[in-house]
Design a protein around this ligand. Structure first.
Ligand SMILES: NC(=O)c1ccc[n+]([C@@H]2O[C@H](COP(=O)([O-])OP(=O)(O)OC[C@H]3O[C@@H](n4cnc5c(N)ncnc54)[C@H](O)[C@@H]3O)[C@@H](O)[C@H]2O)c1
Length: 289
């Protein structure tokens, strides 16, 4: 007879680093990893958010390190990874979360705009990953988790360079999963759609406390209800918990996966609810027949 035990996410004894870990999905990831037992470092550009995160993680009984840096400075990213490993004695988990986007049609972008998107969304990830791999090999294995986007897998008008970077990270993830398998390092990505975060709410400085974020207008909420099958935006904690799961032994056979966390938007492939709640292809074309 087997004794059934409830599986739980346990990261006791592990060391994690989260880029952009002071707000939104990065903050939620850092807190979920700490809740599962990991000691956690973050790289974060807003100093106040660094202080908040150290206090929150230490209040959970874990060790914390917050490095105030801009992930668009690749040398600073590499130094932060090495600082984390030196501070805690190792590095097991890297969450490449930091990223961002500005809406503008591609034809209006200048090379400096492409470069900014690429530095923020792609080079930051390459720099952190490249610096983390030797530490993970030394630790005997590890887990690399990227936060990409639903926009990596569909057209994203007005966000073309961002989408190209995120698509690049999806395929970087697959390539790394294969290349690093012999070292026991897993590489996965999560692909959110619209998720409630300070950035999505237009809050870019000061505390990342959700109490500061404006509530979406009723019109915006109605649009969300019609567009997303589960009828709401995602919550950053849902992404954080998925990241902690992927980092944990419960995901020991998952590598090279790009996991949508989008309330069903990717699956819906353009179908939306009409005002009566029926599924239609816009603009309100009847389904079939
Ligand atoms: N929120 C969404 O709807 C959504 C959807 C799809 C993908 N994503 C992706 O999720 C990731 C996180 O997004 P979010 O919405 O949580 O962002 P956010 O702006 O709410 O939070 C990002 C955190 O990173 C910090 N940060 C910003 N620029 C930085 C820099 N240059 N260097 C260091 N730290 C920096 C911010 O201060 C903030 O604390 C991004 O890669 C984003 O592309 C988000």
């Amino acid at each position: 007879m087997t004794t059934a035990t409830k599986p739980e996410i346990s990261l006791v004894g592990k060391v994690a680093l989260v880029t952009g870990g002071g707000g939104g999905i990065g903050r939620a990831a850092a807190l979920s990893l700490a809740a599962a037992g990991a000691d956690v470092a973050i790289i974060e550009i807003v100093p106040e958010r660094c202080d908040e995160m150290v206090a929150l993680i230490e209040a959970m009984g874990r060790k914390a390190l917050a490095i105030t840096a801009n992930v668009m400075d690749r040398d600073a990213v590499i130094a932060a990874v090495d600082q984390t490993a030196a501070h805690f004695g190792k590095l097991d988990i890297l969450v490449n979360n930091a990223g961002g986007v500005t809406w503008r049609p591609f034809a209006q972008l200048q090379p400096k705009n492409w470069q900014r998107h690429i530095d923020m969304n792609l080079i930051s990830n390459l720099a952190a990953t490249s610096a983390a791999i030797p530490h993970m090999i030394e630790a005997g294995g590890g887990s690399i988790i990227a936060v990409t986007s639903i926009e990596a897998s569909r057209a994203a008008p007005g966000y073309a360079v961002y989408a190209a970077c995120k698509a690049g990270i999806n395929n970087l993830t697959r390539s790394l999963a294969v290349e690093l398998s012999e070292h026991g390092i897993r590489a996965n990505a999560i692909a959110p759609d619209s998720t409630r975060t300070p950035g999505m709410s237009g809050v870019f400085d000061g505390s990342a406390d959700p109490a500061r974020w404006p509530v979406p207008s009723p019109e915006r909420q109605e649009t969300i209800r019609r567009r997303i099958p589960l009828g709401r935006q995602g919550i950053a904690e849902e992404c954080g918990d998925l990241i902690a799961f992927l980092a944990s032994p419960l995901a020991s056979y998952i590598t090279g996966a790009i996991i949508p966390i989008d309330g069903g938007t990717w699956a819906s492939g353009g179908w939306i609810r009409d005002r009566d709640g029926q599924w239609v292809l816009p603009p309100d074309i009847p389904a079939a027949g």
